[in-house]
Ligand binder design. Structure first.
Ligand SMILES: [Zn+2]
Ligand SMILES: [Zn+2]
Length: 285
């Protein structure tokens, strides 16, 4: 295993944050995910060009029987390519090994086996399916907004109760398509359903992925937004990561400055970095 570039020692954090525009982008994909055509070299180069110090390739590991490319992820090939780009960009970019686990509570055995077998730096947990319904399908929203949103948050509570991953992806991802259908979204209506999810995250030490992909949709929102981040902090949560959820080079790092602003506005003071599944909290400048 090749060494990866380390963050500077604690005393140098201020210098570190001044010397780069974006400290990390911890949610992005390459062609080791079935829905991304871009190779790792191109994604790394785009990250460097965008002034990002550290990235993680969070490829989809999806086992839901209705997935169009079920069980597509090839971990051996992924790690070979990852080591190659780590060596190629060693002096310019830290590249983390990661994975986006789909419904890790349903496919718990398979997910835990994957994490035990390979040297991942962190695992995202994602809820894309509620039963047989896909949250990116407008059909999911063919009912009153309250019903669809509560259905989602109840399943998210079940998923986070079990834990088994390091970062919860795109907390209220339902806005991406739900906003198109309903023309609005207000998380404060679901506070009673959201707080138990946050409780589970804090109990398991799971971080929140402050995800900016909603800015590529009509919703124009962070997932989670500042209200949910504020509840999380009030309840004792500290751990957040930034994620563009890029599947294309031009999306890497997009709007992560807005994510940092929301994190600060919520009263959170650190970003969380991971190495071999150990979190490290670094103060925001
Ligand atoms: Zn996702
Ligand atoms: Zn993703």
């Amino acid at each position: 295993m090749l060494p990866v570039r380390r963050l500077p020692a604690r005393a140098d954090h201020a210098i570190f944050f001044e010397s780069v525009m974006i400290p990390h982008d911890y949610h992005l994909h390459s062609n080791y995910s079935p829905d991304c055509q871009v190779n790792m070299v191109a994604m790394c180069q785009a990250a460097i060009d965008a002034g990002i110090a550290e990235i993680g390739f969070t490829e989809h590991y999806d086992l839901h029987p209705d997935e169009w490319e079920r069980d597509w992820f090839k971990a051996d090939a992924y790690f070979i390519e990852l080591e190659r780009v780590r060596a190629q960009f060693a002096d310019r970019l830290t590249v983390r090994a990661a994975v986006e686990l789909g419904e890790p509570h349903i496919f718990r055995t398979e997910c835990q086996e994957l994490l035990a077998k390979y040297p991942f730096d962190y695992a995202l947990g994602s809820l894309h399916w509620v039963g047989r319904r896909l949250v990116f399908d407008p059909q999911f929203f063919s009912r009153p907004a309250d019903e669809a949103c509560r259905d989602f948050f109840q399943e998210l509570e079940r998923m986070t109760r079990l834990g088994g991953f390091d970062v919860l992806s795109h907390f209220d991802v339902i806005v991406r398509v739900g906003y198109d259908v309903y023309g609005e979204y207000d998380p404060t209506r679901y506070e009673d359903a959201i707080r138990p999810v946050l409780r589970n995250l804090i109990d398991h030490g799971i971080a929140l992925d402050v995800n900016t992909a909603g800015f590529r949709r009509r919703a124009q929102m962070l997932t989670p937004g500042v209200e949910i981040l504020r509840w999380y902090r009030e309840m004792g949560g500290e751990r957040v990561t930034l994620g563009s959820d890029a599947h294309r080079t031009e999306h890497i790092g997009n709007h992560l400055d807005l994510a940092i602003s929301a994190i600060k506005a919520a009263g959170l003071t650190h970003l969380t970095f991971f190495e071999r599944r150990q979190p490290r909290l670094v103060p925001l400048a």
